[in-house]
Ligand binder design. Structure first.
Ligand code: GDP
Length: 304
């Protein structure tokens, strides 16, 4: 099973899928366009969330960081006058230090993430979308900034004028992703932000061609005309997309075979069906492990 993921919605679905399928049989291709060097170490927010999920460490109240982590290092740095854009936990920072050490020793991002995941006890095959650096840059009325500066630093407040995947033109498909995709009949696009989580993965050169020949099942992250959480609505509007399941389907135009939309979303259901994609409705609001499992079962029924 191969799943494209960001760092919140899809990890909730992965929590359900891993109740049905052994971790070793799950490959997750994860967005890295929100990655950032902080105080000397590479933070990969979406990779970290997926890794902690499979290692049983994730703080599932926030859907980022390690449960019951402490913040002594961040507080010491802040009180000494060293600002950090992200409030990093101490154990979480340990992950970043290990990963960055591997990179400083010459490992590729794929190798560094694989070694770190293994050391933390995550059994799934967790792959970055590419080895080259890519950044989601948000153009706003206060200037162009990295996604983390927009979302965390500025609390998502500036008006968004556009989004660009800086560095995407220099990417290539990694051997690990090519081999993983070749083994699969199905690709699952989880309920993640289509602009800053799935968009960068699809912007990796050759990715659409690679996965387009497979049976692609996506889950909508939008219910009605609102995302469940996060800035997807604001970013979709700025990119000229309608904030609805139909808008999400349009972001993935030509790629989808089946689209799972929320059962509360009657209008989205009819509209997306008109686009020639098989539409399935389900309760997509994953507020518990049981609800994640139920949605995962619906997704698995759509696989060929
Ligand atoms: P990010 O990397 O933290 O931005 O996380 P993702 O892109 O993976 O997830 C953010 C998206 O997940 C948002 O657009 C939310 O609407 C969506 N999302 C979060 N929780 C749920 C849920 O329970 N159900 C559905 N359908 N979408 C969700």
């Amino acid at each position: 099973m191969l799943v494209l993921s960001g760092g919140t919605g899809t990890p909730k679905l992965l929590g359900g899928l891993r109740q049905l399928v052994p971790d070793e049989d799950i490959t997750v291709v994860v967005n890295t366009a929100e990655d950032l060097w902080v105080s000397g170490n590479l933070v990969c927010p979406d990779i970290d969330t997926v890794t902690y999920l499979f290692a049983g460490l994730l703080d599932t109240d926030k859907w980022w960081g390690i449960a019951q982590d402490t913040y002594h290092t961040h507080e010491a740095l802040t009180s000494a006058g060293h600002d950090e854009v992200l409030r990093l936990g101490d154990r979480d920072r340990g992950t970043h230090i290990m990963r960055s050490e591997f990179i400083r020793q010459g490992a590729s991002l794929t190798e560094a993430i694989e070694r770190t995941a293994r050391m933390l006890g995550a059994g799934a095959n967790i792959l970055p979308m590419c080895d080259e650096p890519v950044s989601s840059m948000i153009t706003t009325d206060s200037g162009t900034m990295h996604f983390q500066d927009f979302w965390v630093g500025q609390r998502g407040k500036p008006e968004v004028l556009g989004v660009e995947y800086q560095g995407a033109e220099n990417t290539t498909i990694t051997d690990a992703i090519r081999q993983a995709v070749e083994r699969e009949d199905n690709i699952i696009i989880g309920p993640s932000n289509p602009i800053t989580s799935i968009g960068p993965i699809l912007a990796v050169k050759g990715m659409i061609e690679l996965i387009g020949s497979k049976h692609v099942v996506a889950v909508s992250p939008i219910i009605g005309c609102e995302p469940v959480s996060g800035p997807a609505g604001k970013l979709m509007s700025a990119c000229g997309c309608e904030v609805s399941s139909r808008g999400v389907a349009q972001c993935y135009e030509g790629l989808l075979d089946v689209f799972v939309v929320d059962e509360r979303d009657g209008l989205g259901l009819r509209d997306v069906g008109d686009m020639g994609v098989a539409v399935v409705s389900a309760d997509t609001m994953m507020t518990s492990a049981g609800k994640s499992k139920a949605l995962a079962e619906v997704v698995m029924e759509q696989l060929v």
